[in-house]
Design a protein around this ligand. Structure first.
Ligand code: PBG
Length: 326
């Protein structure tokens, strides 16, 4: 046989130990952020049908959930609220005793060590389900900014460690930063949903948070999935406005964007592994069609490889269990 000249890549794959030594990407419990849905009322534990394992919980039932998270070693939560009343300007979002504010207070009283992230948006609180003030069918940008800043201040006052504005109005980071600073919360970081696409992968979340738009869609404020350069413009402007972390959302179909953002700005990047990405795996696993653990671990490692430093994921509890037992 004539002599072949080639590289033996398999040399570094020959044993478990060797594979671990050359592994480039690692997933840790510290990377995980778990979303929770707090609902008004007492004794409420509503299973979200499209998201097996996810519940809307009232405050009195939250304790058990928080204990489980502590035991699993999950250190960070993002809080969503499902209010009892909605109106056209989302006033329950910026009410001192709104459900998110109550939830944050409760969590920080019981378990001050959690890093509590407040999702700052209006869509769960408006009767039309849009993320801003609506006038003649249009979502108004600038009048919405004041309401977001107000919401963020109440969340900070309740004890939120991080503010995460998600409504995709232009200038929301600048407006919230200014509002927080003026209220004396200059040390509270902003985790901006900087790069958020108008995605069909949010469907199950809207069941969980009761936040579906009642007319039209969100394409006049969330991004077109076809766009890449626009993501970088969004990322850069949020950094300029003072964002401390940037979220890319959804995650799985947008790993290219995550890497671009990581290479463009110097800030921690957060992947939001959204509801539809969760439900697809849960549904396939329930049918016995896929290996759930294998799929979930592979997709989360892919997000980290693509540049994510942190991952918001409904799989967090399962993953923490698997990481403990591996
Ligand atoms: C909007 C918001 C959305 C999600 C979280 N906050 C999307 C939307 O309804 O447009 C989606 C999260 C998910 O799908 O897991 N404030």
């Amino acid at each position: 046989m004539t002599e072949l000249n080639f590289k033996r890549h398999r040399r570094l794959r020959s044993s478990d130990h060797l594979r671990q030594m050359v592994r480039e990407t690692h997933l840790h419990k510290e990377d995980l952020i778990y979303p929770i849905f707090i609902v008004e009322g007492e004794g409420v534990k509503n299973a979200v049908a499209s998201m097996p394992g996810v519940y809307q919980l009232s405050l009195d039932l939250l304790d058990e959930e928080l204990k489980e998270l502590v035991d699993l070693g999950i250190k960070s939560l993002i809080v969503f609220g499902v209010p009892a009343t909605k109106d056209d300007v989302g006033s329950s979002a910026y009410d001192q005793n709104g459900i998110v504010q109550e939830g944050i207070r409760f969590i920080k009283e019981r378990f001050p060590e959690f890093v509590v992230i407040a999702d700052t948006c209006l869509c769960q609180f408006t009767d039309h389900g849009h993320c801003g003030i609506v006038h003649e069918g249009k979502i108004l940008n600038d009048p919405t900014l004041d309401l977001l800043a107000k919401t963020a201040i109440f969340q900070a006052e309740a004890g939120a460690d991080i503010i995460a504005p998600s409504n995709m109005m232009d200038g929301f980071v600048a407006a919230i930063r200014k509002g927080l600073d003026q209220a004396g919360y200059e040390d509270i970081p902003i985790m901006s949903y900087a790069v958020k696409y108008a995605s069909s992968f949010y469907g199950p979340f809207r069941d969980a948070a009761h936040s579906s738009p009642q007319f039209g869609d969100r394409r006049a404020y969330q991004m077109d999935p076809a766009n890449r350069n626009e993501a970088l413009r969004e990322a850069v402007s949020d950094i300029e406005e003072g964002a401390d972390f940037l979220i890319v959302k959804p995650a799985l179909s947008y790993l290219d964007i995550m890497r671009d953002v990581k290479n463009t700005v110097n800030a921690p990047i957060v992947a939001y592994n959204v509801s539809g990405e969760y439900s697809m795996i849960k549904a396939a696993a329930a049918n016995g069609w896929v290996d759930e653990k294998g799929l979930v671990m592979e997709k989360l490692v892919s997000m980290k490889r693509a540049g994510a430093d942190l991952i918001i994921t409904y799989h967090a509890k399962d993953v923490a269990r698997w990481l403990t037992n591996s």
